[in-house]
Design a protein around this ligand. Structure first.
Ligand SMILES: Nc1ncnc2c1ncn2[C@@H]1O[C@H](COP(=O)(O)OP(=O)(O)OP(=O)(O)O)[C@@H](O)[C@H]1O
Ligand SMILES: [Mg+2]
Length: 346
């Protein structure tokens, strides 16, 4: 359904160029959920927004975003408008700022249906205002908000309700693809669980493909078929989510998963371990691995050797030089220590 090839986004302004996404390749099949993980500033939202050309004009975007084989980066505006909402929609990061405070929820939900919706079975048939509001009420109910709240304003809802309304809005025109940017960040765990259940039901019942962004690996592990981990604008690892979490092939993924506490089975409980240092300045990156300065496994060659995603086992990829045969101390990908192995830090 979606194939992203060599996607690069550079923000320009004030005499600076910030390469926020630096050559990303991704694929997503219909009905599949792809998780995009990475710490703050790694380029997740930039990548997500560039897919539907939602970035400000200061962002220079190159590469290809093939939606059902058609490149959205070069598509005409009229075609792009037809794809937005109706085929692919976005749950924006931060429901309070994404919803318009001066319009009722009912009007906001009905708007994309009026602008982009079509009457079922009729290719060109426009939907009426009454039909759009009826569909909006139905959507609201489907995410657990009573339809009688259609005339309420965003500030009259709780954070969790607003987030659910954002999801309802993304579903308004029955898209094939939803890009959900941190849909549960800043919500308490109970509301988070409700929203994740809602999203999983939709994927299962409607066969919607989802790109789900989060810095919370446990959320992504629960929700996603595949996981892609971003660092400094690049994908550093990708693969089936369970495998990526249980047996990371990149030191950054390993550090990210160690930053979460484990609960449950007392035998496997461990305290979270932080990752010292900060992400690099994107405007001043060197030629080697961008993670080298913080990497517990770094070798001299890492500072100067360019890295790219390489095969790291069946269905898996890693941008760590360690997957290369002949890398100092490590000869094959299978020698990579797993999350529980002590070898990584020592
Ligand atoms: N409009 C902009 N102009 C210049 N730089 C920007 C702009 N928007 C984002 N950036 C920079 O691009 C990089 C990636 O930002 P982005 O918002 O994509 O990160 P993120 O991974 O979504 O982070 P978070 O987890 O905090 O949402 C950051 O270094 C950020 O400072
Ligand atoms: Mg973001």
């Amino acid at each position: 359904m979606l194939e992203v090839r060599n996607l690069k986004v550079t923000y320009r302004g004030g005499g600076r160029a910030v390469p926020a996404v630096r050559g990303v390749d991704l694929t997503l099949d219909a009905g599949q959920t792809l998780g995009l993980a990475g710490e703050s500033g790694s380029g997740k939202s930039t990548l997500a927004m560039s897919l539907l050309r939602l970035l400000p004009s200061a962002a220079e975007v190159t590469g290809q975003v093939l939606y059902q084989g058609e490149d959205l980066l070069t598509a005409r505006w009229s075609r792009l408008r037809a794809v937005r909402w109706a085929e692919a929609s976005v749950v924006f990061q931060g429901a309070m700022t994404a919803l318009n405070p001066v319009h009722t929820i009912g009007d906001q939900l009905a708007e994309p249906i009026l602008l982009h919706g079509r009457r079922a079975g009729e290719e060109g048939g426009r939907i009426s205002g009454r039909q759009a509001h009826a569909r909006a009420a139905e959507l609201l109910e489907s995410v657990g908000v009573p339809a009688r709240r259609m005339r309420s304003y965003p500030h009259e809802f709780s954070g969790g309700q607003r987030q659910r309304i954002m999801i309802a809005m993304a579903l308004a025109c029955r898209p094939n693809l939803i890009i959900a940017d941190e849909p549960t960040t800043a919500l308490d765990v109970m509301v988070q669980a409700q929203i994740l259940d809602l999203l999983s039901d939709l994927v299962r019942d409607e066969g919607i493909g989802v790109i789900m962004i989060s810095h919370d690996l446990s959320v992504l592990g629960q929700m996603c078929d595949r996981l892609a981990v971003m660092y400094a604008g690049e994908l550093v690892e990708s693969g089936p989510s369970r495998q990526v979490l249980d047996d990371p092939r990149h030191p950054y993924t390993r550090a990210l998963s160690r930053a979460f506490p484990t609960i449950g089975d007392p035998a496997s409980r461990r305290a979270p371990a932080g990752l010292p240092g900060d992400p690099p300045d994107l405007a001043a990156l060197g030629s080697g691995c961008p993670f080298a300065a913080r990497c517990p496994d770094a070798h001299e060659v890492c500072d100067s050797t360019p890295v790219e995603l390489r095969p790291a086992g069946p269905g898996r990829q890693s941008a760590c030089l360690r997957v290369l045969p002949g890398f100092p101390n490590v000869s094959t990908a299978s020698d990579m220590p797993g999350p529980s192995a002590e070898g990584a830090r020592s």
